[in-house]
Design a binder for this molecule. Structure first.
Ligand code: MSP
Length: 508
């Protein structure tokens, strides 16, 4: 079954920051990993372009909403391409095709009696773009935006979510992997203990006109969340696509915990009301913080991914994001942590291992893959450690444990560096009777580097491609092929690679 992986569609009220970049890089890493793991995959991302927030941002910028969304949506696209995030589809909620799908769904649900019209008074959070219940507040404030929600009283259309509450709870309980990691599943199960309020799905055009008109009442536009969630099916051409059911069967969503409720509650219930099966899985990650506070455009403590890429290079940024955060938990950004990861893990550990190994092959073996002799215990240990790393790495990546997957790679890098010191090829090179031993050591090192490059590909596409080009092998045949020890043909040319990760000095 093809993995149909999605990111949230991002609000275009400001350009992307490192928090958004994390989601996009995780998604792209999973996409690249699925490919080398022999699984078909389709990645979708996009931009969420309706609602109050966008109107306000456009007004502040002094441009019409239409021009504003075009401009900021393009910034997301270009940031993703800079980060080597390569989606198969990019949805925009202002696309006419998306609008048609949303209106079709609203009409169907309205006709089947799941939508009603009523008076409403509630506490509305501008940041969340939804009504909050008293229980969700902390000190009368929205816990995410730290603002007081305003009292709003108006007539609106409502979606009968309560009807499907028990069904949802049963579904979550019967499918332990539906929401992961478990802490988020537990949060939703406990939230569902109380009766679910119906969802307000409209906004009067007198208050907001930047949205999708309700097909059954032109005085209202569609609530932005109801509109946005539908991107996950409009993007794969529901309902007209003949292959829709098949594609949808492989659906897995990736989000951060800020938007857990819309994804774990509203969305499965919307799907149920449409007569569709729920998605397969919801993967939830934590927040990137700066000094203990969530990185966010409303707080203003944002780091721009473009700037980090310019300073450190794309692979270093991707590595940092996946290595520093344990998937599911919060992590902190600091310039110091970024520089340390770059200089120590990448420039020292990996970069030096690679450049010193290749330099020795150039100086002591004519720049060719040497033919190994019989292996000693210490060589065999490195062979086994390399193969064990590939297996372990694959298991951790399948479990979305990116940090731990990288740790297994770095353990091997450390081992290979110690192997060089212990075997001192520069000493062997001085003694002609040790020629075969030297050839064995260098060959074992090159094969180890090949395994490392093969594993790194999904996370650091540029560096692993450079390593593969220097070593003379192809990354395209997938992970299983990398387990074949001796893939590098003896006698084939090894190129001196360029410096993979130049060191970065601290800025004064
Ligand atoms: N438009 C909605 C999503 C609709 S999906 C049908 C939205 N957009 S958003 O631009 O605010 O993006 C939210 C997502 O951006 C989070 O779920 C997460 O993926 C990412 N992040 C935004 N800030 C983040 C951090 N500080 N840390 C980690 N992820 C962050 O909500």
């Amino acid at each position: 079954m093809t993995l149909y992986l999605t990111t949230p569609i991002f609000y275009v009220n400001a350009p992307p920051h490192l928090g958004h970049a994390y989601t996009a890089v995780v998604a792209d890493t999973v996409r690249r990993f699925a490919r080398v793991d022999g699984r078909a995959v389709f990645l979708q991302t996009g931009t969420d372009e309706h609602g109050d927030k966008i109107v306000q941002a456009a007004a502040a910028a002094g441009v019409a909403p239409r021009d504003y969304v075009d401009e900021v949506s393009a910034k997301f696209r270009s940031a993703w391409s800079l980060l080597l995030v390569e989606p198969d589809n990019f949805v925009r909620t202002t696309d006419p095709a998306h609008i048609t799908v949303v209106q079709g769904i609203l009409q169907k649900i309205y006709e089947q009696g799941d939508i009603y019209f009523s008076d409403y008074e509630g506490l509305y959070c501008q940041g969340c773009e939804r009504f909050l219940t008293e229980k969700e507040l902390s000190n009368n404030k929205c816990p995410d935006h730290l603002t007081h929600p305003e009292k709003v009283a108006e007539q609106n259309y409502f979606f009968r979510m309560g009807r499907y509450q028990q069904w949802l709870l049963d579904h979550i309980k019967a499918n332990p992997d539906f929401i992961t990691p478990t802490r988020y599943r537990n949060e939703i199960i406990s939230f569902l203990r109380d009766p679910l309020a119906d969802l307000c799905i409209s906004r009067p055009i007198s208050r907001l006109d930047w949205g999708i008109p309700l097909p059954f009442d032109q005085n209202f536009v569609t609530y932005v969340w109801f509109d946005a969630l539908i991107n996950y099916i409009s993007g794969i051409d529901y309902p007209s696509n003949r292959d829709f059911v098949q594609r949808w069967a492989g659906a897995e969503h990736l989000i951060a915990k800020d938007i857990l409720k819309p994804h774990a509650i509203f969305w499965p219930i919307m799907l149920k009301a449409m007569g569709l099966t729920p998605y397969r899985r919801l993967h939830v990650h934590g927040y990137w913080n700066v000094d203990e506070t969530k990185m966010s455009k409303s707080i203003g403590n944002v780091i721009r991914p473009e700037e980090l890429v310019a300073d450190f290079g794309v692979d270093s940024v991707r590595y940092f994001l996946l290595r520093e955060m344990s998937f599911g938990l919060d992590a902190s950004y600091s310039a110091e942590a970024m520089r340390t990861r770059h200089n120590f893990d990448l420039a020292n550990d990996l970069g030096n291992l690679f450049s010193r190994s290749l330099t020795m092959v150039k100086n002591f073996a004519n720049g060719q893959v040497p033919t190994p002799g019989s292996l000693r215990g210490e060589d065999q240990e490195l062979v086994l450690a390399s193969l064990a790393m590939l297996a372990d790495y694959r298991d951790k990546m399948r479990a979305w444990a990116f940090r731990q997957a990288l740790e297994t790679v770095w353990e091997l890098i450390g081992r290979a560096n110690r192997y060089i010191v212990a075997n001192a090829p520069w000493e062997l090179a001085k003694d002609p009777t040790q020629a075969q031993r030297l050839a064995t050591v260098l060959n074992t090192l090159l094969e180890t580097l090949r395994c490392i490059a093969g594993a790194m590909g999904p996370i650091m596409p540029e560096a692993s491609a450079k390593m593969a080009a220097a070593l003379g092998f192809s990354l395209d045949e997938g992970l299983t092929a990398q387990r074949h020890w001796g893939r590098l043909a003896p006698g084939s040319k090894v190129n001196l690679g360029e410096n993979l990760f130049p060191r970065i000095k601290a800025q004064k």
